[in-house]
Design a binder for this molecule. Structure first.
Ligand code: PEP
Ligand code: MN
Length: 345
C-alpha cells in the first residue's frame, strides 16, 4: 500500500502518518528520491487492507491511498512511475545515455588493467569492470587477486576518471569492497543470497544486481526489493542469460527481460552479452539487440589477450573489437532516441 500525500501536506502531517504506520505494526518507507511525497507501508496487509485504506485516507494531508498488487513494492513502477536514474561516480544510469561498462572478467595485473582502462575509455566505455573476488565453478580455477585486485581497480579509476564496479561475494567483504569500488556487483550465483542482499542494502553504494542463472524475472525483482527495503534505492538490474536446454551458447539471452523489466520496475536495466552468450563472436549481435530493446546499458568483457585470459577468455573482446562495437552501438542507440557519448573514430 502507498500513501500519496498532497503537495500541501506539512512536515507534521507526514510525520504523523509515518508514526501511525509504525504504531499499527507496519514499516513506513519514504523514498528520498521521489518528487511526490509518497509513503510506502511495508508488511503483510492481509485482510486489514480495506480498513487501513479508510483509516489513512481520513488523515490530514493525505491525497490518495493505493494498493500495489506487485509483490515487489518499492521496485514497482506503480510506486515510482518515472524511471529511476542511478548515479555511479559521475555516470548516470537510466538517463538518455546508454552506458557501456567494460573490462576484463578478472583483474590480472596492474599493467594489464591500466592499459585496458585507457583503451576502454578511448573507445567510449563509461565505467570499468573487473573481478577481484571471483565465483568460479571449480575450486582449482583462478579465484581472483582479492584486495590487491581492488587496489588495482582504484588505480585504474584514478588514471582514467572512470568509476569501477566489482563483485562482492561475502557479507564480510562488503565494507572492504565499498572502500575501493563505486558500485558493488552481486553475481548470478548470489542473487538469492539474502544476507548479502541485506548487507549491500545497508550501504549507500550503488548495486549491480545480476539475474540468477535459474531465476525468473519476478525473483530478480524480489531480490532488488531486499536491497531497497534496507534503504538503498541505487539498484541497477542486469540480464546475463539463463540456463535452458539450449547448449549452443553458454546461457540463453532472455531479451524479453528488458521490455518486461522496463514495464514492471522503475529501476535501470542493463544486459551482459558476454556471459549471456559465452562466445565473443556473438557478443556484438546481442549487445546491439539489448540497446535496440531499450536497455540502459551493457556490460562487456574485454581482454588484451583473450587466449591467455585467466577467466572467460572465449567470451572476451579485444580492445580493437570493442572499439568497433561501441561505434555500432552508438548508431543503434540513436535509432531508439538514446545516445552513447563517443566521438566517431
Ligand atoms: C562476472 O561478471 O564476471 C560474473 C561472474 O558474472 P555472472 O555472475 O553473471 O556469472
Ligand atoms: Mn566473467
Amino acid at each position: 500500500m502507498i500513501i500519496i500525500m498532497s503537495p500541501s501536506a506539512t512536515e507534521e502531517d507526514i510525520n504523523t502518518v509515518q508514526e501511525e504506520i509504525a504504531a499499527i505494526g507496519f514499516r513506513p518507507f519514504m523514498n528520498p528520491g521521489v518528487e511526490r511525497k509518497v509513503i510506502a507501508v511495508l508488511g503483510e496487509l492481509d485482510v486489514r487492507k480495506a480498513d487501513l485504506i479508510d483509516q489513512f485516507k481520513a488523515m490530514n494531508g493525505v491525497a490518495r491511498v493505493e494498493l500495489i498488487s506487485d509483490l515487489w513494492k518499492l521496485a514497482s513502477r506503480s510506486y515510482h512511475p518515472s524511471g529511476s536514474v542511478v548515479r555511479v561516480g559521475d555516470v548516470e544510469v537510466g538517463a538518455d545515455e546508454v552506458v557501456v561498462v567494460a573490462g576484463p572478467c578478472s583483474v590480472e595485473s596492474e599493467g594489464q588493467m591500466i592499459r585496458l582502462a585507457h583503451q576502454i575509455k578511448a573507445a567510449g566505455g563509461r565505467m570499468l569492470r573487473g573481478g577481484a573476488f571471483k565465483p568460479r565453478t571449480s575450486p582449482y580455477s583462478f579465484q581472483g587477486l582479492g584486495e590487491e585486485g581492488l587496489r588495482i581497480l582504484a588505480k585504474a579509476r584514478e588514471e582514467t576518471g572512470l568509476p569501477v564496479v566489482t563483485e562482492v561475494m561475502d557479507t564480510h567483504e562488503v565494507d572492504l569492497v565499498c572502500e575501493y569500488a563505486d558500485m558493488l556487483q552481486i553475481g548470478t550465483r548470489n542473487m538469492q543470497n539474502y544476507a548479502l542482499l541485506k548487507k549491500v542494502g545497508s550501504t549507500g553504494h550503488p548495486v549491480f544486481l545480476k539475474r540468477g542463472l535459474g531465476s525468473r524475472i519476478r525473483d530478480l525483482l524480489m531480490s532488488a526489493e531486499y536491497i531497497i527495503s534496507e534503504g538503498n534505492t541505487n539498484v541497477i538490474l542486469c540480464e546475463r542469460g539463463i540456463t535452458t536446454f539450449e547448449d549452443s551458447t553458454r546461457n540463453t539471452t532472455d531479451i524479453n527481460a528488458i521490455p518486461v523489466l522496463k514495464h514492471w520496475t522503475h529501476l535501470p536495466v542493463m544486459l551482459d552479452p558476454s556471459h549471456a552468450t559465452g562466445h565473443w563472436e556473438y557478443v556484438d549481435s546481442i549487445a546491439g539487440a539489448a540497446v535496440a530493446a531499450g536497455a540502459d546499458g551493457v556490460m562487456i568483457e574485454v581482454h588484451n589477450d583473450p587466449a591467455r585470459a585467466l577467466s572467460d577468455g572465449p567470451q572476451s573482446l579485444t580492445p580493437e573489437k570493442f572499439a568497433v562495437l561501441t561505434q555500432k552501438l552508438k548508431a543503434i542507440a540513436r535509432a531508439v532516441d538514446r545516445n552513447i557519448n563517443i566521438s566517431a573514430q
